[in-house]
Design a protein around this ligand. Sequence first.
Ligand SMILES: [Fe+2]
Length: 326
Amino acid sequence: MPCKAAFIDAKTPGSHLKDNYSIIGGGVSESKHQKVNLTLKHGFCIGAAGQPPKIKNSPHSHFTAEVFMVYKGSWRFYWNNDEKQETVLHPGDIISLPTNMFRGFENVGDVHGMCFSILGHDDAGGGVVWAPRVIEEAKGHGLILLEDGKLVDTTIGETIPEGKRPMPPLTATQMATFDQYTPEQMAVHVGRAGTYTPSAYKGFPNQTPDTLTYYDIIGPLDSEGHNFQVKPGDKNGDQFNVYGIESTASGHTGKYSREAVEVMLVHRGEFEIFCEHEGETLTATLQDGDIISFPKGAVRSIAPLGKGFAYLVVGGDYPDAPIAHS
Ligand SMILES: [Fe+2]
């Protein structure tokens, strides 16, 4: 369930008409009306942004890592204080945005677009910081952001609670403390679909040989035996790792468990899931855009039905190897 007014810019023309989803954890939504679909703490949050063509998400900075996986449409990501650097991403591409840097994104395709997001830490650092112009431009459109990071929506009769004050725009001195990235510096934070190098790690225990390929996409740079290809966004640790699993034909991973939480997001294809945890079992078929969270310690298997690609988001700052089960 999306929120249509999750951020200060959600009623400003050009950045309105968008949906913000908090799928796992609240993320950085500023609205008390935001539905959090799964509140169980994972150590990271997963959400999604849905936007019609030509609609922007305004420039803001994060305190923890922010990753986008493009699900549908073409998206222009722009960054720096002057908003002048940019790159365009397509379905299957991924971008890991550094902390302490202004970024925004726009649907530059001609269909309603969707990106999944991963935010580091359970509270995603407590919110975002908006570029000064975003707060200025929101004036007169009905939304007021308070100093505590929560929105007041005057279009539905809400008023500023007593003792609360609107968020002041950042000063020039404060703006000067944000990092600026060249296109070359940003390129290592971007992964393009179809260009990943398969992992040196040879897949899961007991898997069907040769039909599954694994990709180490985002993780620590110093991790032995892995080849993570997209630089993490948080110098202090993202608290998650991202892998890709690609199938060329029907197969399966075999049964395994992990000590860390693992979330699977299906990008394309059909996957049969088995999960056994605390005496309960679940079987389900997941398709494009579906998500499952495997609890810590649960025994699971993933069986793609033909061609497909899915992301696996594993909690923790260092990868947790799967444990084989018979
Ligand atoms: Fe963001």
